[in-house]
Design a protein around this ligand. Sequence first.
Ligand SMILES: [Zn+2]
Length: 221
Amino acid sequence: MMKSPDDREFRNRERFQEISEERSRGELDRALSDAEQFSMAASMILRASGDNALREGLERTPERFSKAMAHLISGYSKTPEEAVGEGVFQAEGNGLISIRDVEFYSLCEHHMLPFWGTASVAYYPRKKIVGLSKIPRLVELFSRRFQVQERITEQLADALVQLISPKAVVVRVQACHLCMMMRGVEKQNSKTVTETTRGVEKLSALEAKRLLQAVGSSGVD
Ligand SMILES: [Zn+2]
């Protein structure tokens, strides 16, 4: 049977009505799957924009948005232990280990707009090291959520302390934020830098300097 846009419009409206009743009874979570909630939210945004949400280009947008979101916030579903799996090994020495410029994409929790950049990690191991390919997994884990850059930085440092308790670790994150670039102050080329350390006070001045230099930090800012 052919469905006219009017039918669909009517069914959507009925469904919205049902949902607002369910929501007022606190039953929304049970009433809709996550995918349905994302899709419904996208429909509402399109509707509120004043565009015709049923025109060809937008018709399947809520469904596409829902699928994209499932990927963009997939970092909620794992713990750091699960993300590194079998990737923790005995240290062979105690020299500095670093990985530079691991790319990431995240969503700012204040505007739900993308921010993206790179994370660099350096540490002096104690007894254990983490496979270098696992650090990008951790970056992925923490960035695929609604986030603030500072928290990604802290969570990476804490995860490494928790997984391998290194003698010292530094994490430096640089990112561009669409909520700054597309709106508000519209600073097109500004990069935000966040940095955190654990255990640096246990290092000699030379070791501390080398640790910070390994992530591109001068240690003076
Ligand atoms: Zn923002």
